[in-house]
Design a protein around this ligand. Structure first.
Ligand SMILES: Cc1cc2nc3c(=O)[nH]c(=O)nc-3n(C[C@H](O)[C@H](O)[C@H](O)COP(=O)(O)OP(=O)(O)OC[C@H]3O[C@@H](n4cnc5c(N)ncnc54)[C@H](O)[C@@H]3O)c2cc1C
Length: 350
């Protein structure tokens, strides 16, 4: 048996949550190691859209970060066969390709002197001295003061603590390479309520998506609805891929094991947007570690926000909310104003 390696912070997962957390810790002079079972650059099923609050937060957290993106301003949304509500957003949505974007974040971490090891997490145990003993599938062991779980939607660390996720949304996607529009399009229909069909014009391709925003494991039925919807919008059906986003946010059970990003269930309950919350929870984990305060305190605003989103979700898909929003879509100027105001409030609040 090899010797147990001692580290201050061990991060499992080098996705956006893990690599941002690692970069922030390195910049603060905290020793950390990231372990990921993938070889980077690796892909991830994701639209790769960064709203203004996400890209601005990232720019602030990682000064000088460079990544490829396509700015999109044109927003279109539609209920059933109603007229399309279209407007130009004040702030761009940055469309990225996750394979390249995540690699840019990993390279930033490595440029701070961060160490990335290839390995697969197996289990952890709390030690009598307050440290955490982590064992990888290879048998390699680490003893750390903090274990940061950034191992994504299928987090084994979360499963070890909390069991199977209780609520997850199914997201299906199809990429059409070489077809390039210039908009974000969202379609609502009672055929797939609570859920949405959407299209993002990304870098060199269109990305079509379908979200079933409830804990529904009937994948074949949702795939069939997605196929029919693609056909309805004249999109040739190609290879469909999918992934779950865990929507139940899990509370911390120990101060030295911190769950961030998708591992902690930090994605928007209504839209599935998770990159902002991956960056935000990464920054809050760094703060908890550097200041020696519990993550539940450092991350209190995110926990509150996640609870609030459950109410917004219920309202949006309630018969009254649905009718109200559908009616409001007749007034693109009002929708633009609401959209820009929401983006501004979320981005620039103190
Ligand atoms: C179809 C779809 C579309 C989406 N579109 C958007 C969007 O447009 N905008 C947006 O903001 N969000 C979007 N999201 C959400 C977004 O993808 C996630 O919230 C985000 O990737 C979370 O980042 P993360 O670092 O927590 O997890 P991940 O990006 O999943 O990274 C987890 C990392 O952990 C590693 N790992 C996992 N298990 C282990 C293990 N046992 N041992 C070692 N390493 C491990 C993985 O290899 C991976 O690198 C979308 C999600 C889906 C499914």
């Amino acid at each position: 048996m090899s010797e147990v390696r001692q580290v201050e912070v061990l991060i499992i997962g080098a996705g956006p949550a893990g690599s941002v957390c690692g970069s922030l810790l390195k910049r603060a002079g905290v020793e950390c190691v990231i372990v990921d079972h993938a070889t980077f650059p690796r892909d991830k099923v994701c639209g790769g859209g960064l709203t203004v609050k996400a890209w601005r937060l990232l720019d602030m957290l990682l000064p000088g970060i460079k990544y490829d993106y396509r700015p999109i301003y044109r927003m279109r949304c539609q209920f059933e066969n109603d007229p399309v509500c279209e407007f130009r957003a004040e702030y761009e949505i940055r469309m990225t390709r996750r394979k390249d974007f995540d690699y840019s974040l990993v390279k930033y971490y490595q440029a701070q002197g961060g160490e990335l090891l290839k390995g697969s997490f197996a289990r952890f145990e709390q030690q009598a001295d307050g440290r955490v003993l982590v064992t990888l599938k290879s048998g390699e062991q680490f003893s750390c003061r903090y274990l940061v779980a950034a191992d994504g939607a299928n987090s084994l660390i979360r499963r070890q603590i909390h069991g199977e996720p209780k609520l997850h949304a199914l997201f299906l996607e199809q990429f059409n390479e070489g077809v390039i529009g210039d908009d974000v399009f969202v379609h609502f229909s009672s055929n797939y309520k609570p859920g949405v069909f959407y299209k993002f014009s990304s870098i060199g391709r269109e990305m079509y998506g379908f979200a079933s925003l409830e804990s529904n494991d009937d994948v074949p039925r949702h795939k069939e609805t997605f196929r029919k919807t693609l056909t309805k919008f004249g999109v040739p059906v190609d290879r469909i891929c999918g992934a779950y986003i865990p929507l139940n946010t899990v509370p911390p059970t120990a101060d030295n094991v911190i769950l961030i990003g998708d591992a902690g269930g930090f994605a928007n309950k209504l839209t599935g947007e998770g990159l902002y919350d991956a960056f935000k929870t990464a920054a809050n984990a760094k703060r908890a570690i550097v200041e020696g305060i519990p993550f539940r305190k450092a991350n209190a605003e995110e926990f509150r926000k996640m609870e609030h989103q459950v109410h917004v979700f219920k309202f949006f898909f309630s018969p009254f909310g649905w009718r109200l929003i559908r009616w409001a879509m007749r007034y693109p100027k009002v929708i633009k104003w609401l959209f820009d105001a929401k983006m501004k409030r979320e981005t620039f609040r103190a």
